[in-house]
Design a protein around this ligand. Sequence first.
Ligand code: 2P0
Length: 325
Amino acid sequence: MKQATALAHPNIALVKYWGKRDTALNLPAVGSISITLDTLHTKTKVRFDETLDSDVFLLDGASNAGETRRVVDCLSLLREIAGVQTHAEVRSENSFPTGSGLASSASGFAALVVAADAALDLGLDQSRLSELARRGSGSAARSVLGGFVELHHGEWEDGADCIATSLLDAAEWPLAVTVGVISRKAKKVGSTAGMELTRETSSYYSAWVDGAEADLLAARVAIVERDFQKLADVSELSCLKMHALAMSSQPGLMYWHGATVEGIHRIRQLRRGGHAVFFTIDAGPQLKVISTPEAVATVTDALSDISGVQDVLLTGLGEGARVVD
Ligand code: 2P0
């Protein structure tokens, strides 16, 4: 039986990816830098079965037509490499809410390619797995690796140099991440559609692309030097620029809720008070707070105190995607 199960964690970008240079191959216009989380995960089992007439994809036990298309397309890339046409059953489970800005597509596609690679006995290296995961979802390229990760935008037309590489292992700078869950509803405009709208309609788009290299360089230096303040400055800058860019689309994209804005003020207040904390926000209202482990109790209290924060999740930095069965 050709089957395998893999586990992958979501990641949170500190220097954000927004916009594509090639939509067919899913190549980002800008590089990005992220941290892979630990406690939250997607677990995916891929089972190739000669008796199946078509691929089957179940997410948390339910089928979903839109997501099945993306999963089948990604799976077919691995089938092509293996030279097989056998259909598969893919069963995926998330330990966190899907579609609400917690990057379920990142952990989902990272787990999918690692499980399919093992089930087909391909033995692809991490760069290749990262490239294939990127075809499913740009941010998934980063979840193949653990700790601090950079996804390069690459220059080549075929995207073979658009892969993720490691900057630092999780254990080398064990930061904490506290997520303030502000809504569990799926967002109205997903990342893929949002990025395309922005590229087509925002007059700020070229300024965003032009500014990315400077942010990446600043973040790389901050990470290598373990300089929290520098990382805080560049991460908040990249986050606010990404959201300003999204807001400048036509029609404007607004992912924040009132509680998100309140959270930004509270976190900055904590930093002014000497706590090692900063925020970041993705394509959804959730507030993600990066801090030293010592600051977690203070961050949890601050987030819990905001009306509109429904839940607080604690996590650290974790490993890349791996086979578990
Ligand atoms: C990021 N996001 O760098 C940015 C910041 C959301 C906000 O990558 O179209 O789901 O599948 O490549 O990976 C989310 O976008 O988009 C994302 P596709 P993806 O984390």
